[in-house]
Write a protein that binds this ligand. Structure first.
Ligand SMILES: Nc1ncnc2c1ncn2[C@@H]1O[C@H](COP(=O)(O)OP(=O)(O)OP(=O)(O)O)[C@@H](O)[C@H]1O
Length: 256
């Protein structure tokens, strides 16, 4: 579980980017951060990852504040974090298997054979078939995303962060990737936090949704409550696509 308490983040200018956010991201759930461009989602995710130091406030990882840990414990906490980057960010010159073994080389003292064995466990888990020796450029975007997920979970993280995990994927592949992230989250009881613009993801895997608006937490809820959110900004965000406008009309018609 990650608890965020009155988190503020600025960069020295007049205005703070994050203006006092408090929320909780539970273990074993897919937690989504949504909001318009520039609302502060990436800055929030970077604070959660420990890449930005909060200007004020606290982030507690299962009760522990990063800033209050010894440097050794900070390293342990960082090792417990997995990250799926937008665009996958695989190493182009390494094979699929080498990409996935990489965090084990960085963070563990395992021998190569052990690293390979563990990498192949996760390769199987994410359904990457016959791809071990291929280069990232030789596989599809959806498969690259599976490699990125495998690499993020190879070290058994307690916390998984995903930045726009669907960007650039066709809708069907995007749904498969969303479902894979959710299955893994449930199976390994990970606290997963996903930064997304994608309303399909919201509807598929939005177990907890945090809506940011100009650096404030403007609304929080789940995929089951977002259609009835009593907040104009959320409503405008949700119904900015024609498809969801139609869904809304159908829901309202149904409930009358
Ligand atoms: N390193 C930085 N220094 C100064 N300002 C920054 C920095 N990083 C982000 N910002 C500012 O913070 C605000 C929020 O940016 P952020 O990237 O978090 O938005 P976002 O919601 O992720 O947008 P998008 O959906 O387009 O990625 C922007 O006004 C941006 O200019």
């Amino acid at each position: 579980m990650i608890e965020v308490k009155e988190l503020k983040k600025g960069f020295g200018g007049d205005e703070l980017v994050l203006k006092g956010i408090s929320t909780t991201f539970e273990k074993g759930k897919t937690n989504l951060i949504i909001g318009q461009s520039g609302s502060g989602k990436t800055v929030f995710l970077k604070c959660l990852l420990g890449l930005f130091r909060p200007t004020e406030g606290k982030i507690l990882y299962d009760g522990q504040a990063y800033s209050e840990l010894s440097s050794e414990n900070q390293r342990t906490l960082r090792e417990q974090m997995g990250m799926v980057f937008q665009g996958s960010a695989l190493f182009d010159s390494m094979s699929v298997e080498e990409n996935i073994m990489f965090p084990l080389k960085m963070f563990t003292k395992q021998r190569k054979a052990e690293r390979r064995e563990r990498a192949n466990e996760v390769i199987k888990r994410v359904n990457l078939i016959n791809a071990n020796n291929k280069l990232p450029s030789e596989i599809s975007g959806g498969m690259q995303k599976r490699v990125a997920i495998a690499r993020a979970i190879v070290n058994n993280p307690k916390y998984l962060f995903c930045d726009e995990p669907n960007s650039g994927l066709d809708p069907r592949t995007a749904t498969l990737i969303d479902n894979l992230i959710q299955e893994i989250t449930h199976e390994y009881e990970i606290t997963t936090i996903i930064n997304t613009h994608d309303m399909n993801s919201v509807m598929e895997i939005g177990e907890k949704i945090v809506f940011l608006q100009k650096g404030h937490l403007a609304w929080e809820g789940s995929k089951d409550t977002i259609f009835r959110a009593d907040n104009d900004d959320v409503t405008n965000f949700v119904y900015s696509s024609d498809l969801f406008k139609k869904v809304r009309e159908a829901v309202i018609k149904d409930s009358n």
